[in-house]
Structure formats: C-alpha cells, structure tokens
Design a protein around this ligand. Sequence first.
Ligand code: HPA
Length: 269
Amino acid sequence: MQAAADEVKARLAPASRIGIILGTGLGGLAEEIEVEAAISYDDIPHFPVSTVESHHGKLIYGRLDGVPVLAMQGRFHLYEGYNGRQVTFPVRVFRTLGVDTLLISNAAGGMNPNYRRADLMMITDHINLQGVSPLSGANHEPWGPRFPDMSEPYDLELRRIAEETALEGGFRLQQGVYCAVVGPNLETRAEYRLLRLIGADAVGMSTVPEVIVARHMGMRCLAISVITDECFPDALEEVSIPDILAAAAEAEPRLTQLLRKVVSAAAPA
Ligand code: HPA
C-alpha cells in the first residue's frame, strides 16, 4: 500500500483532500476536471490487475472549479472476481495520500415505489448483502480499529450540502437505503421483494465495500445512486445494459451539478 501511494505521489504531485469514485456510465464529472496528471492503474504497484480487457482504469489528479481532487476513472467490483481487499485498495491509497472526504456515485435499481428511472438517490444508510466485509482478515491497527462503528456511515454535513444543492437546482433528490449485492446478474422478482421487505430502497453491486473501508480509516463519505431501472416485483420489466446506461446518461447532468457543488462547499478553506 505504501509503495502504491509513493508511486502515485511521485507521479501525481500535490495532496488533495477530496477523492471521487464514479459509477458505471457516470464518468461525466471527470470531464469537468482540469486534469494535471493521470496514472494508469497498470502502473501503480500492487493495484488490482484489470481482468476485463478494454477496461483500463486511471487515477486522475486535477482541479474541479479550482479545488484539487483525486478521481478514479473506473472502479473494481466483486463480480469481476476481485476480493474485498482488492476492491477497496484504492480507497486506502487515497487516505494515505491525504484524502479525508470521499464522494461516490453508482448505478442502482430502485425498489422504493416512489422512485422513478433516472432519479438521484442520496444514500442515508446501507445493508451489506455481499456475504463478506472488506475488513475480514487480520486488522492493521494503524489503519483503523478492529470493530469500526457504522452508526452513521454517510456524513450528515455533506448530506446537508447535497440536499441544499438539489433544492437550489430545483431537482428531486431521493434519500434512502442502498443494499449491496455481489452481482453480476440482476435480481429475480422474489429477490427484489425480499430486499424491499428488509428495508432497502435501492440495490447495486458496489459502494458499500469502499464506504466500509473509508469509515475504517475515518474518512467522511457521501454517496449518490442513480436509479437506472425500476425494480417493482409485481410489474417488473426486462432491462438491458443499454437501458441502464441510457438512464445513467439522462441523470448525469444533475449528478455532475450536485457533486460539483459539494466539492466546492466541502473544500478545506
Ligand atoms: N440490481 C443490481 N444492480 C443494479 C441494478 C439492479 O437492478 N440496476 C443497476 N445496478
């Protein structure tokens, strides 16, 4: 981890306090960053090796409205065959580089009947149904405690800023519970019914491992889901990946506006 952080530091220059991980089909914010340096994941020691060809991710350092940010273009998922430690390795690198605020987006299926396709949902809490914690195994005490608290994983101040931004921007920002599953298959009707029953508003295949590790290391987190498909068990329609990407594209300008404002407001003075 230190070797990875040293390499990134040597190649990407100054420290930044804000880290960004962008979800599937939601890379638009990265295009607003004035990129000063980029490093391919392949060139970072011990970074997970990409299993999917054509999917070579990059770590970007640059400025968003003048604020220094580190952004991951491309993330790792359990369904690709990585384990929890690999998926969250970049978050540990972020923290070692001085990042203390983590902003995350993802694509998710909406199970709350009030949600509509292309809505934004701010995550207020989560349920981990991935069957494993990224913290399983020996605990490295300098990184964080063996049994980290999860009573409020999503930072209240960042949530307040996001809520205000949505109000000012005049768009709907749903708030709800995100459930993480492994994937890569979508859920059956019976599974959506179960997830709704246990208190989830949206379901997806990412984010929770990153947030657990970020909280382990004491970072503050904000996560926004884009509802890409309506997962109502009694009226379920078949969805395709192009449908999901189209919904993500439709929501993206609002997501970008939201995260931009949060970055400006959350930036250290
Ligand atoms: N289920 C799980 N993950 C998802 C979904 C879904 O319906 N939509 C987008 N990501």
